[in-house]
Design a protein around this ligand. Sequence first.
Ligand SMILES: C[S@@+](CC[C@H](N)C(=O)[O-])C[C@H]1O[C@@H](n2cnc3c(N)ncnc32)[C@H](O)[C@@H]1O
Length: 276
Amino acid sequence: MPYERELSHEVFEKFQELIYHEIGINLSEHKRTLVQTRLRKWLIKFELNNYDELYEIIENDKSDQMLIMLVNAITTNVTSFFREDSQWIYLLENIDNMFDKENKRIRIWSAACSSGEEPYSILMFLKEHLKDFYEWDIKILATDISENMLLHAQTGIYEEKAVENMPKHMKYKYFNPAVGKKGSKAFAIKDELKKYITFRSFNLVTGNYTIFKNKFDVVFCRNVMIYFDRQTQDQLLSELTRLLKKGSMVFVGHSESIQNKKLNYRLVSPSIYKLK
Ligand SMILES: C[S@@+](CC[C@H](N)C(=O)[O-])C[C@H]1O[C@@H](n2cnc3c(N)ncnc32)[C@H](O)[C@@H]1O
């Protein structure tokens, strides 16, 4: 079926607005060709005549999954186990003073957890380095906007490449042998790790932050703010201040930073902020 090849300026503007309001991503005009290239495949797949028809489908999809597929097409889900070395070193140096020793409670949020490597790394880290691990009440909340990513995270099966840099003893301690895509060798996270993690869908831009009843000791909000404009970042960081205890930490990606001084975060190490 012939289809309109060009994403017009007018229709691109509609996509820009939708993406900004629903996801907080500010797509500039120079991304028009990229969006057009990525969406052309969808016109063929859904047998549509033009980009406007596609826009209508995405806008009217009540499940929001079309919108999320769109976000996935323009952003990345790239993640890895123990990403950002220096942050794990900081955690190791400070682990004895970071958590509530009196109540022996740890609450950590991996906001934008993608396929789960981040929350599983946090848990493996705690298991390796927290004294009396079993005496602590530990809960990790792992959220993402993408149901597909959450499904992968919950399944917890990773291709060999994803764990290639992990020390051998950890691979055998925390994973079972599994079969990956196309029969490849893979590694499945053991159930005893999974039980500490709750996976949920949450949109950091439009989500209702009042659903969180408890405060967090640490929030990992890494490599997602990079997609948001300054105003959206500030709004998200301001919501976080209400969910953190005084002295709690926020870990961001190495190319992200907290600019707004009014928000009361203090940089304590590269890409690590403490709430004053
Ligand atoms: C590059 S990954 C980051 C994964 C992990 N935090 C890390 O640093 O390795 C970005 C993730 O942000 C998610 N994301 C994008 N926009 C989001 C939003 N508005 N709310 C929640 N998650 C979002 C994407 O689905 C993706 O999984």
